[in-house]
Design a protein around this ligand. Structure first.
Ligand SMILES: [Zn+2]
Length: 230
């Protein structure tokens, strides 16, 4: 029934690209083929000592880390992230998660991961947005890599007011002690992939890792959809 209504709606209302706004052609989903090709890829995933690893190195202990795309002012990736966070486009989050999964899989450096853990949203923010974009990135990765997603081990207990994308990036430093561990038993002896949407200063990832400290036998790797800057 749902898919019948979806296809009926799609017939009546043409779907448009979440980035450029052009009407999507048959076979295109969420973003058009031109915008998909225009996503600025970092090519970090296959290499250690990439900029994501250098940013986090010395602050937290991790096995491997990567960011898949560059987030720059006005670029296609920025438009995609904006649509994921502020336009309620949950299918786009899944699509970008699948892009991440393909990149992770192709690199061979993330084959040991046995659990996907999204950076959590505060419960009230999750209700406001309707979903956690990082959780949906994990669900997209899971479709490609066939791994379990755990959304209950980590919790964000600090709430901050909804702001613009830029303000929320600038505010990243204000996340110390924002996370706590609820179900450490889920993570004992596991190699988790901690997943977030945008990496700027690394403060959010570092704060999550502080909360994960002390879990016995835990190995952490990190993947973010994008990294700010060139
Ligand atoms: Zn487009």
């Amino acid at each position: 029934m749902r898919s019948f209504l979806d296809s009926l709606l799609q017939t009546i209302l043409p779907c448009t690209c979440a980035s450029c706004g052009d009407v999507l052609m048959p076979g295109e989903k969420q973003i058009c083929i031109n915008c998909l090709a225009d996503l600025a890829t970092t090519r970090y995933t296959g290499h250690n000592d990439n900029r994501t690893e250098r940013l986090l190195s010395g602050r937290i202990a991790f096995a491997n880390a990567t960011s898949i795309f560059f987030f720059r002012h006005g670029n296609t990736v920025q438009k995609v992230v904006h649509a994921m966070k502020f336009h309620g486009n949950s299918d786009l989050c899944l699509l970008m998660g699948r892009q991440m999964g393909l990149d992770l899989l192709a690199s061979g450096r993330f084959d040991d991961i046995d659990l996907l853990v999204p950076v959590p949203l505060h419960w009230w923010r999750r209700i406001q947005r309707g979903y956690n974009q990082s959780e949906l990135l994990c669900r997209g990765i899971a479709q490609v890599m066939q791994r379990e997603v755990n959304t209950r081990a980590l919790r964000r207990h600090r709430y901050t007011q909804q702001q613009s994308l830029q303000a929320s990036l600038d505010r990243e430093a204000n996340v110390q002690d924002a996370f706590s561990l609820r179900h450490p038993e889920d993570l004992v002896g596991r190699h988790i992939l901690l997943v977030d949407d945008v990496l700027t200063t690394g403060a959010t990832i570092s704060s999550c890792c502080q909360a994960l400290n002390g879990v016995e036998g835990l190995t952490v790797s990190i993947a973010t959809l994008c990294i700010a800057g060139k």
